[in-house]
Design a protein around this ligand. Structure first.
Ligand SMILES: [Zn+2]
Length: 238
């Protein structure tokens, strides 16, 4: 199966929090989108890895993505090393995404910036044919995605471009709320965390509203790039 977009997150829920409006919109337009989680989020204060697995599956169904895979790297401790790059290269060569969305270049959680660099470097290396990878006994073909875009998550980074997600905010919030164990729940007896407050839940909406306001649309999501963004014509910009 070939993907149009592969969205990668260090933890299950990173993708939903940051770029699920963009994903829902492209799925609606007929694009094939997949999600790759690097870890199971087993160090999360609330819930457990098993609960997160179920929540991630439910969120994937809400967004209508065609695949979701977890590489089960070590939450908090995974490294940007050869073994992990090769694991990601295998996925890239298997699904051949045109665009890869990955974590913010820098963020509050150390796994985000680390994951961003790891995925970005794997995308480059995946295009080098002399790096051999085998899947199901077959040698894989080299594949380099056309673009790697970093979604903005916790920190208010200045985006290099924004995507209009008007009409898709409800879907975004619904996919985030699939992670019931993590976010605001009046009835929960679990410890408070930076993301379990009602303020944080509200911030998903107001940040999308604010990003939208800046481009004269209802809601938007912001991204950063490693390379300059190019357009064929300046009329391509909305
Ligand atoms: Zn995260």
């Amino acid at each position: 199966m070939k993907l149009d977009i592969l969205a990668v997150g260090a933890h299950p829920d990173d993708v939903e929090l940051s770029c699920s409006g963009t994903i829902a919109k492209e799925v609606d337009r007929g694009k094939k989108v997949g999600i790759l989680d690097l870890t199971r989020g087993e160090l999360g204060t609330r819930g457990s890895a098993e609960i997160r697995d179920k929540e991630a599956k439910a969120a994937a169904e809400i967004l209508g993505v065609v695949m979701r895979h977890n590489l089960e790297f070590s939450d908090g401790f995974f490294e940007n090393n050869t073994a992990h790059k090769l694991e990601i290269i295998k996925i890239l060569r298997k699904y051949k995404p045109e665009i890869v969305l990955c974590n913010a270049i820098e963020d509050r959680h150390i796994d985000h910036g680390k994951g961003a660099k790891l995925v970005s470097e794997a995308c480059f290396l995946s295009g080098l044919r002399k790096i051999e990878t085998i899947m199901n006994g077959n040698k894989q073909e080299a594949w380099r995605p056309k673009h790697v875009f970093h979604y903005i998550q916790w920190k208010n980074l200045k985006p290099d471009f924004v995507v209009d997600i008007s009409g898709y905010l409800d879907k975004k919030v619904e996919s985030v709320l699939a992670y019931r164990s993590q976010f605001f729940d009046e009835k929960s007896n679990e410890p408070e965390t930076p993301i379990s407050s009602s303020n944080f839940l509200d911030s998903i909406t107001y940040r999308a509203q604010d990003m939208g306001r800046l481009i004269n649309k209802e809601h938007a999501e912001g991204f950063n790039v490693d390379r300059n963004v190019a357009v064929d014509s300046i009329f391509d910009l909305i």
